[in-house]
Design a protein around this ligand. Structure first.
Ligand code: MAN
Length: 353
């Protein structure tokens, strides 16, 4: 399928890079900035960025940080030549069959007046991992605004598994941690920003190592805490750009044609692209259309090379009339900004592209 990349990349990309940000503590070094949640607050545009850190590495060794049971950072060191140590995936290392993340992530707030130049603001603290379900960190937070409250759905990672956590806030200074709302193995949870026929809906992504796969599911809830009636609405497609795993991006966008979701898909080579899914306005469990070709592909240099190259990954955007401005992680290292036209996406879906 020929490339139909539809995104206008911002000329100042990347707009936020690790060297612009201070590590959370002295011993740490920021390796990557990734996949921000996006929201408007106090007349500004804000990003809730995933900051991935690890200590400065010593020659011949690999040192990983984790939070221990007392909530303190503990360092685990491996000898790179140890035959039991496997670092073939830069994101997840393993030792003797046990998996560890190569970096430890927390979430950091940045604000901007123009949507391009972002900085940290005094008085808005980072959201740090908390408790045993987050000992390997917190990642990829979607921000949905529902009835004047911000709902943060994010990935909680620990040796027990990967699940979806929920935090709510109104002021970004006090946070109500609601715990794990969808248990392992699950991530990529995007909440619809309004109830449909009295029910709240969420997209989410369970993964199954054997029967089934890394597919997008939908569930509904009376209160945004308790989720039921789970159904699979999109699977991976063999031989396509989204053959290995797919997952929802940010909150679905309400259009005249249906709920539009920008999702990520990766193939067996871990090349991450973006596509679109269109769901019925009254019954979002019905998928009306899905991109055949990706609408965004890793094409720019900063999308092709970096910490983990060939990745465009988004879980945050703002919408103004026909324009979706997505904020995305490129090569799992830097944050970028790009614009897409809703009409152009809907037309491509109608034409079966
Ligand atoms: C996974 C997650 C994302 C990451 C992509 C690409 O889906 O860890 O945070 O951006 O992989 O590496």
């Amino acid at each position: 399928m020929p490339s139909v990349d539809m995104m206008k990349r911002h000329p100042e990309n990347p707009i936020l890079v690790p060297t612009q940000v201070k590590p959370s503590m002295l011993e740490m070094q920021i390796e990557c900035l990734l996949n921000p949640g996006v929201f408007r607050f106090k007349d500004k545009l804000w990003l809730l960025v995933r900051v991935a850190e690890r200590p400065v590495q010593k020659e011949g060794q690999t040192t990983l940080p984790i939070y221990n049971a007392s909530g303190e950072i503990e360092l685990i060191t491996f000898d790179n030549n140890d035959p039991k140590f496997d670092d073939s995936d830069k994101r997840v290392f393993s030792y003797d069959g046990v998996d560890y993340l190569s970096t430890l992530s927390h979430l950091r707030l940045f604000s901007s007046d123009d949507g391009v130049h972002f900085s940290e603001e005094e008085g808005y603290d980072p959201i740090l991992p908390l408790g045993e379900q987050e000992s390997f960190g917190i990642e990829d937070c979607r921000v949905s605004e529902i009835e004047e409250t911000y709902y943060l759905t994010y990935t909680k990672v620990s040796p027990m598994g990967v699940g979806v956590g929920l935090i709510t806030t109104k002021d970004w200074k006090t946070f109500d941690r609601k715990g794990m709302i969808i248990p392992p193995h699950n991530k990529d949870c995007a909440l619809f920003e309004e109830a449909i026929n009295g029910k709240y809906y969420a997209l989410h992504r369970p993964s199954s190592p054997t029967i089934g796969g890394n597919y997008i599911w939908i569930a509904h809830s009376p209160d945004l805490l308790h989720w039921g009636n789970h159904r699979c609405i999109a699977t991976t497609r063999q031989g396509h750009w989204d053959s290995a795993r797919i997952g929802a991006g940010a909150a679905p966008i309400k259009t005249s044609e249906g709920w539009l979701e920008i999702y990520h898909g990766a193939n067996e080579d871990n090349r991450y692209c973006l596509g679109a899914l269109l769901m019925d306005l009254q019954d979002p469990t019905k998928v009306i259309a899905r991109s055949v070709a990706p609408i965004v592909e890793p094409l720019a240099d900063y999308e092709k090379t970096g910490f983990f190259g060939n990745v465009v990954f988004t879980n945050g955007h703002i919408v103004e009339r026909d324009t979706i401005t997505i904020y995305y992680g490129a090569s799992d290292e830097v944050i970028c900004n790009g614009q897409l036209s809703i009409n152009a996406i809907l037309t491509s879906l109608k034409q079966g592209q």
